[in-house]
Design a protein around this ligand. Structure first.
Ligand code: SF4
Length: 441
């Protein structure tokens, strides 16, 4: 067993921080990477404590947040002063998640941790990480604080400037090596949640493509398929809990659809399980043919987000050439042929790229509406180190993560009024589509 500071059982506290932003919604948001660390530590004999500021099922938040569809819902939020950089944005700035006092009560109820692991989400959410670091420092000046996830991976120098002891960039395992812990491909320790309103799963990590605006390659160097037995265990656990909705976090599942989905179908039949799967990360349109659509339907894919990005052919090519108009039309035909409707087919349009006029987004919205699908505007957040993100240096300070805020950046590029106009048009069309839905779709 690992020994640490003279104690036989080292103690780890793992924390999901609150979010500071103009808007945040529980769009099936969990941090399985943090739960995998919990699993690995537990397997090495550590005692684990866990606190998720964004847990809507927490008894305090459950009575103060509004549930939405498919397990999603609103967070409890309070308005907070806007950072100076956002002064020109005519929107209220908020802190989303459980109040500090609830966390402090929790800290008072657990033994002093040796290590605190904090999940770093979006770069522009670092104020939440900072808040947790400050609270921990005030309670336990000598406890080691570790921050991992997207934020330190994309902005390591910035993350180091918070008062932390270690940052984990990507899947680096040097900290575990230092602690004498064997890093495993562990199953996320979902049981740390007393209650779950949905599950999240990855069948694969990474993506074989390399679009110019995307962070996939920075977060996962290679495209890999997860060990099926581990995935199956996770699904069986969700089944045992009676969970209905599962968000698939994969970036590129459909590259392996014909290998993975039949196995999934078999598992569901064998254990008599039924889930509604959702693909918030956007599915590869070009890879959806009739067979894949059939498999998606049979396995329970319910809300299918499709990545189209732009209706401008030239830009489609420049961004990575992953989809064309013809690909989208054919994918939608295939999906409709197996029973999907415009209510469960939602297509992403990138909005607010550095040199993108509002008219380009508007054309995309009209085009998608003619196809009879729902539309989601994906407000652009420039990612440091990507070609499209680096173009933003001409407009903003890319070394300040708050500048990556998608609403801030999109407003800067398009202007508030044109952006609102695009959103109104999109909402108008989505209402029309929704009015055609039955309760089953
Ligand atoms: S296909 Fe999607 S996940 Fe892959 S690189 Fe492009 S945007 Fe990223």
């Amino acid at each position: 067993m690992v020994t640490h500071r003279g104690r036989l059982t080292p103690i780890a506290l793992l924390v999901v921080p609150p979010i500071y932003d103009f808007k945040a919604y529980d769009f099936w948001m969990k941090f399985p990477g943090l739960l995998k660390i919990a699993s690995t530590l537990q397997d090495s004999g550590w005692q684990i404590y866990f606190f998720d500021f964004l847990d809507r099922a927490h008894p305090w938040m459950a009575t103060r947040s509004k549930p939405g569809t498919y397990g999603r819902g609103k967070y409890y939020a309070v308005e907070v002063p806007k950072p100076t950089i956002f002064k020109a944005i005519a929107r209220r700035f908020k802190r989303y998640g459980l109040p500090k006092q609830i966390f402090e009560q929790f800290l008072n109820s657990i033994p002093k941790p040796d290590y605190v692991f904090i999940a770093g989400g979006m770069t522009y959410w670092y104020l939440g990480v900072k808040e947790v670091v400050e609270i921990i420092r005030s309670y336990y000046p000598n406890t080691s604080i570790v921050v991992g996830g997207v934020y330190p991976t994309l902005m390591p120098n910035h993350a180091r400037r918070l008062e932390v002891d270690h940052i984990v960039v990507g899947n680096d395992t040097s900290l575990f090596n230092k602690l004498g812990i064997k890093s495993t491909s562990a199953t996320p320790l979902w049981r740390l949640y007393p209650k779950l309103t949905y599950g999240v799963i990855n069948f694969t990590y990474g993506c074989p493509l390399n679009c110019t605006y995307c962070a996939a390659h920075k977060l996962h160097e290679r495209f890999i398929v997860r060990d099926w037995d581990i995935v199956a265990d996770e699904l069986l656990y969700f089944g045992k809990l009676g969970i209905t909705d599962i968000a698939i976090y994969d970036d590129a599942l459909l590259f392996k659809a014909k290998e993975i989905l039949p196995k999934l179908l078999d598992l569901l039949h064998r254990y008599n399980l039924r889930f509604r799967f959702h693909t918030p990360n956007g599915s590869h349109v070009r890879l959806i043919d009739r067979d894949t659509a059939n498999l998606m339907r049979a396995t329970g894919f319910t809300t299918i987000f499709l990545s189209y990005e732009t209706h401008n052919l030239q830009r489609q090519k420049l961004l990575g050439n992953k989809v064309t108009e013809e690909d989208l039309i054919s994918a939608i035909e295939a999906l409709r042929s197996v029973g999907y409707t415009g209510c469960n087919l939602i297509v992403y349009l990138l909005t607010g790229l550095v040199d993108q006029p509002a008219s380009e987004v508007e054309e995309g919205i009209h085009f998608l509406h003619k196809l009879g699908v729902s539309i989601m505007l994906s407000e652009f957040s420039p990612i440091p180190g990507t070609p499209e993100g680096e173009k933003a240096r001409q407009i903003i300070d890319m070394d300040e993560p708050l500048c990556h805020n998608n609403l801030y950046f999109t407003t800067l590029v398009l202007g508030d009024r044109p952006l609102q106009r695009l959103k109104s048009l999109k909402n108008h069309y989505n209402r029309i589509i929704r009015s055609t839905c039955t309760s089953k779709t």
